[in-house]
Design a protein around this ligand. Structure first.
Ligand SMILES: Cc1cc2nc3c(=O)[nH]c(=O)nc-3n(C[C@H](O)[C@H](O)[C@H](O)COP(=O)(O)OP(=O)(O)OC[C@H]3O[C@@H](n4cnc5c(N)ncnc54)[C@H](O)[C@@H]3O)c2cc1C
Length: 598
């Protein structure tokens, strides 16, 4: 990297969003683009990155993971929750679970209802979702899915006996199958799309960066930690960075684009003097812009595993045993197939924990093994489990630096389980999971619930168990939210930080609210759309499409009981019409053919 050179764009963080932005900005040969990534390259030989089934190995390993820990969580018995974050090219997309979920279209109607956010409704986001993906399972005429983007998506086969039992059980429990959770109808159960292609993880680095890394106008530097943004007055002029234990260096740029993720981007802003003035001054940091929203509004998904022991030898547990690992790895290396080629998150679904809700608020992943996400605590030999948790929690936290040292981790406070809504939805979530796993379809396999176990019954016992066992689903976000209200940080029409020139943020931190599902796909959509905003391109025209909206029912009389699931007809594959721009409200009759509010 030529440090004397001046770049048009410096991208801080070669992670998920950073790789997409680097690709799009450097497509114009007249733009000189530099990517600075704190972690190492995603070496082609690295089995832990590229073999899908190895997904738990990088977690907790300093060569791949920032290894954060929350502050003691007041509603989780003071537990400090471990937070993995990718620290290598591709960022978290190089170590994530590869599950691809857009979220519910209504999530974007909610975004668009905030001040200044009108162009982030689903109709405006859909063309970018489509531009970024090549969904192999989609029909070429499918108006909801893309067929030619860089992110190739393979749908999970979900064909083993345990997946068969799962699909049967959800129907016995009264839920519906859906053709595609990323298409017309999210609500229901289906095989999941995954960022896996030809048996390998297809990270953002592999999909967006490596194919263009030879462009003469694109430079990529790894093992380079950006320590702060440099300003001329209120205009960003470049960044300061360090490599190893070396002295700080500087690089000048016309524009700085922060893509460090929901923890690092607010941290970098605060270190650079952008944040709450009183807090920065207390740490001896000179204030460039007093912006109270920086690091606020932190949101995440908490999840638990409802696990059962399995009576038949049909789970994937044996492949994790040390004696089988060389065979799994060799088969994957030689043929790109076998158990190593799957993330095993092949199916799941979305339900409403309360029938009065306008759209689903619970996500379930089914896994044909009983084990924690980081690979620890396998529950006996054969087993299966559902990962579940509320997706639209109203708990809010913060990311705050505690010193001016850029190598110190900021304080992360999530406040999981801190609200009535959160606690209510958690009880519903566990009851829904148990209702499904208790259906006759599982009888041939079921050796009993291992976790939480039959002794956990009452609402209070359930909440106690969640407080003790809940883990992050690894979706921290929303800490530099887009919007125009006093708490927003980023202008939704340009991605510029309010009050400053030449400084933009593009990553999970700009989401105003979490979406109903895993968040990699929304982050990549944001990156695609942001690239057009930064380049001043004409935005892709909005695509109003019809999406499934159920008829709302009154809440159940007994809030502790398992909610009666909806019976809906098979969705049409394509329908004409449009969703309106208004967010649905609880209790509203909420069907495409229903009369709209004026
Ligand atoms: C273990 C794990 C499993 C997950 N599973 C799923 C899943 O299955 N499906 C899903 O949809 N989502 C999943 N997620 C979440 C999803 O991957 C992330 O939300 C998303 O990738 C975040 O993208 P980002 O661009 O905001 O940040 P990242 O992809 O994390 O990129 C940030 C990059 O910036 C770099 N960086 C940060 N600070 C600096 C600095 N100061 N200087 C230089 N470089 C810096 C980082 O090293 C990193 O490479 C998972 C996340 C994790 C960690």
């Amino acid at each position: 990297m030529a440090t004397s050179a001046r770049y048009d764009f410096v991208i801080v963080g070669g992670g998920s969003a950073g790789c997409a932005v680097a690709n799009r900005l450097s497509a114009d040969p007249s733009n000189r683009v530099l990517v600075l990534e704190a972690g190492r390259p995603d070496y082609a030989w690295d089995l832990f990155v590229h073999m899908p089934a190895a997904l738990s190995f990088p977690i907790g390993n300093r060569f791949y993971d920032w290894r954060y820990r929350s502050e003691p969580e007041p509603y989780l018995h003071g537990r400090r929750v471990y937070h993995a974050r990718g620290k290598l090219l591709g960022g978290s997309s190089s170590i994530n679970g590869m599950i691809f979920q857009r979220g519910n279209p209504m999530d974007y109607q909610r975004w668009a209802a905030d001040p200044g956010m009108a162009t982030w409704d689903y109709a405006h986001c859909l063309p970018y979702f489509k531009r970024m993906e090549a969904c192999l399972a989609a029909d070429p005429a499918d108006v909801y899915r893309g067929r030619a983007g860089p992110l190739v998506l393979e749908r999970g086969p979900a064909s083993s006996p345990l997946f068969g039992a799962f699909f049967e059980a959800v129907q016995q429990a009264g839920y519906q199958l859906t053709a595609d959770v990323n298409g017309y109808m999210q609500e229901g159960f289906a095989p999941f799309d995954r960022n896996i292609h030809n048996g390998r993880r297809l990270s953002a680095a592999r999909a967006y960066l490596h194919p263009v890394i030879g462009r003469p106008n694109l430079d990529v530097a790894t093992r380079t930690l950006v320590t702060r943004v440099l300003f001329d007055g209120t205009r960003a002029a470049g960044v300061e960075y360090v490599r190893g234990n070396g002295a700080p260096l500087q690089v000048r740029a016309g524009e700085v684009v922060l893509c460090g993720g929901a923890i690092n981007s607010p941290q970098t802003l605060q270190l650079s003097g952008v944040g709450r003035a009183d807090e920065l001054t207390a740490l001896g940091i000179e204030v460039v812009q007093d912006l109270r929203g920086v690091g606020e509004n932190l949101q995440d998904h908490l999840e638990v595993y409802v696990q059962h022991a399995c009576a038949q030898p049909v789970s994937v547990a044996p492949y994790l045993k040390y004696r089988y690992r060389p065979w799994v790895a060799l088969r994957w290396l030689l043929g790109g197939n076998g158990p190593g080629a799957s993330n095993h998150f092949e199916a799941g679904g979305f339900v409403r924990g309360d029938q009065s809700l306008p759209y689903p608020n619970l996500m379930l992943h089914f896994l044909p093994i009983a084990i924690r996400y980081d690979g620890s605590k396998p529950a006996g030999d054969h087993g299966y489990q559902v990962h579940i948790g509320p997706m639209l929690s109203d708990a809010r936290g913060s990311v705050k630096i505690t010193s001016a040292d850029p190598r110190s981790h900021p304080a992360l406070r999530f406040n999981y389980l801190s609200t009535d809504q959160d606690r209510r939805e958690w009880v519903q979530a566990i009851r829904v999971a148990r209702h499904i796993l208790g259906q006759p379809a599982f009888e041939p396999f079921d050796l009993g619930e291992v976790s939480p176990g039959p002794e956990v019954r009452t609402d209070q016992e359930i909440l106690e168990w969640v407080a003790s066992e809940g883990e992050t689903a690894l979706h921290p976000s929303c800490t530099c939210k887009m919007g125009t209200d006093a708490r927003s940080v980023v202008d939704p029409t340009s991605m510029r930080v309010h009050g400053l020139e030449g400084l933009r943020v593009v990553d999970a931190s700009v989401m105003p609210y979490l979406t109903n599902g895993n968040i990699y796909a929304p982050v990549m959509m944001v990156a695609e759309k942001a690239a057009d905003l930064i380049l001043g391109n004409a935005p892709l025209p909005p695509e109003p499409v019809d999406v499934y909206r159920h008829a709302a029912a009154p809440p159940p009389a007994d809030p502790g009981s398992v909610p009666a699931p909806p019976r809906v007809s098979e969705p049409p594959r394509h329908r004409a019409g449009r969703i309106d721009g208004e967010p649905a409200e609880a209790g509203e009759v909420d069907r495409p053919d229903a009369k709209r509010r004026p």
